[in-house]
Design a protein around this ligand. Structure first.
Ligand code: ADP
Ligand code: MG
Length: 557
């Protein structure tokens, strides 16, 4: 639930007022203490949502960042004599720096290795804290961390501390909202659900992952620093695994992508043991059941109870016409690609002019998808050059190539299923591009507010094209867009592609249906075992003995 829509803003406002009234007028000392603890954990959970909820990366280091924040603030106060705002800064900085340092090697890892690597780091931090006795106090930890005071103001305990902590929750909410509101959030969702497509559409995934991982560490550290001041003690306990488990549980129960959910989760899980104190022995059972129930019955967490807000409907009347593309010529010069012993492409060359539809045909395994992977930077060629206009894009990363003007679709559509059609395109739209105009252009206006995961296959293919166009791409490489379509759907796709070519887009079109491809293409290239065996007008290639031999079996004409 984004904080940006009016309903959630209202809910947030009401909740904040209710919480403030409770704290001011009804909560006794102990209740305030519990509320403070909930606020501290809410900050850590809001941070954890960024990496785990938003990016779907199972970091097992959030508890470690929390603990490091506590140690940094405690040591800052006790050893360096730092005052309050500086101890908090130290608590934020130390884990952020650690996250930034490890981000480069660790964030590249596939998800389960990422989890293991972050777990390793957490274990290492615990070892250091326990054994570096001179500095950390070893197993005894640090005692006498001073309460928070600035000048004459004291936030040591009771209501002032609660208010300060919840002000920090507000700050965390604001920062997390800034990182995930609007198009940023849509980009992140695309990155999580369809990382390959995200890269091929120009989203710089590593930069986003880096920012979110460091931010998660910063929030974890802030929470730990507040905790150190609130309880006055820092022991290796803050680095133990149960801290992570608690934060993880709050995030899952609250809702993995809703900051409001993180707050609800923290309030609930900090209060649960209080409410069930009489069942002390069964507490873990209650806890486990609550967690399981949340996962089974509330897949979107507590925040899911509030529902998802709708985008405003698409107005077809006043949408501006889409831009014409910059005229770009694609030149592929003798590229080759081997996978182990398999030569997928063997000195393949072609050119694609602006406004041209170039059909690419060939039997399965002849290298068509590999060529599109090389063009879009998903794979690097072993030899040869690829030029986009005058720019050499050989071996460049996908997001670079997308921004240079070449976009591709995938043989199996790669989308974020929960985003609507309009949001899917909006996530990608570059400056000056109108997602709405691209949705209309692709004939998807009736589907605009439907979730992409519910679209029929033909509409999905159109969506991939609309999204590619929204990058401002001049050249489209479409990998079997008509596969699985019926006559009517193919005709609609043909009309769209024809119109795009007329507007100046160069289109590389892979397809097996000759009654679709041959009338549409200006030229056709036939690949076999990674080599061009025939090239020319559709008419020529259809009658070419090499193409008939390699692919058709008999002439399709
Ligand atoms: P097409 O799209 O024309 O059906 P591909 O480009 O997918 O063909 O495949 C060309 C050849 O390269 C095939 O022999 C395929 O098995 C091989 N190939 C493609 N991608 C990989 C990969 N990532 N690893 C190993 N072999 C691959
Ligand atoms: Mg293929």
């Amino acid at each position: 639930m984004p904080v940006s829509d009016p309903r959630s803003r209202l809910a947030l406002g009401v909740a904040a007022i209710a919480l403030a009234l409770y704290a001011l007028f009804f909560a006794g000392d102990y209740a305030l203490h519990v509320l403070t603890r909930a606020g501290i954990y809410a900050i850590a959970a809001i941070g954890y949502q960024l990496i785990f909820g938003r990016l779907g990366a199972l970091s097992l280091a959030q508890g470690c960042f929390f603990g490091l924040g506590a140690y940094a603030a405690g040591l800052g106060a006790l050893e360096l004599g730092l005052g309050f705002p500086l101890t908090l800064a130290a608590g934020v900085l130390l884990p952020s720096l650690l996250a930034a340092l490890i981000a480069i090697p660790v964030l590249r890892l596939a998800s389960h290795y990422f989890a293991l690597a972050t777990l390793g780091i957490a274990q290492l931090a615990l070892l250091v804290a326990t054994n570096w006795t001179d500095v950390t106090g070893g197993a005894n930890g640090l005692y006498g961390v001073p309460p928070i005071e600035t000048g004459t103001l004291s936030f040591g305990h009771g209501l002032p501390l609660t208010l300060l902590v919840w002000a920090c929750v507000g700050l965390a909410l604001t920062v997390s909202h800034r990182m995930t509101a609007g198009q940023r959030g849509l980009k992140v969702e695309t990155l999580r659900e369809a990382p390959l497509a995200a890269a091929a559409l120009g989203i710089d995934g590593s930069a986003i992952r880096f920012r979110f991982f460091v931010a998660s560490a910063a929030f974890g550290g802030l929470a730990g620093a507040l905790q150190a001041h609130a309880v006055g003690v820092v022991s290796p306990d803050v680095l133990q695994f149960h801290v992570l488990v608690l934060i993880l549980a709050m995030t899952v129960i609250g809702g993995r992508a809703s900051p409001l959910g993180a707050i609800l989760g923290a309030l609930l899980l900090v209060h649960l043991p209080e409410w069930f104190r009489d069942f002390a022995d069964y507490y873990l059972v209650v806890y486990g059941v609550a967690l399981l129930a949340a996962i089974i019955f509330l897949p979107r967490g507590l925040a899911g109870l509030f529902g998802k807000s709708k985008m405003p409907p698409v107005e077809t009347a006043d949408a501006e016409a889409p831009h014409d593309p910059a005229p770009l010529t694609l030149s592929v010069e003798t590229v080759s690609k081997r996978f182990g012993g398999v030569t997928a492409l063997d000195g393949t060359s072609l050119t694609l002019a602006p406004g041209e539809i170039l059909g690419l045909i060939g039997p399965n395994g002849s290298g068509k998808t590999t060529l599109v992977n090389l063009l879009s930077g998903i794979e690097k060629p072993d030899g040869g050059r690829i030029l986009l206009g005058d720019a050499d894009i050989t071996g460049k990363p996908p997001e670079h190539i997308a921004r240079a003007g070449l976009c591709r679709s995938f043989q199996h559509p790669q989308i974020a299923p929960d985003l609507t059609v309009l949001e899917t395109v909006e996530a990608i739209a570059t400056k000056g591009e109108s997602a709405q105009a691209r949705v209309i252009e692709a004939g998807l206006s009736t589907h605009a507010n439907e979730r992409a995961g519910t679209l029929p296959p033909a509409a999905l293919k159109h969506l991939e094209i609309a999204r590619a166009l929204a990058t401002g791409a001049s050249i489209l490489a479409l990998d079997e867009p008509a596969a699985g379509m019926n006559e009517v759907e193919r005709a609609a796709l043909a009309t769209l592609l024809k119109r795009l070519a007329d507007a100046g887009h160069g289109i590389l079109l892979i397809d097996h249906a000759m009654d679709f491809l041959l009338p549409l293409a200006d030229r056709v290239i036939c690949l076999s075992a990674g080599r061009v065996v025939a090239e020319g007008s559709p008419h020529e290639v259809a009658r070419d003995p090499a193409a008939i031999n390699a692919y058709f079996g008999e002439s399709p004409l």
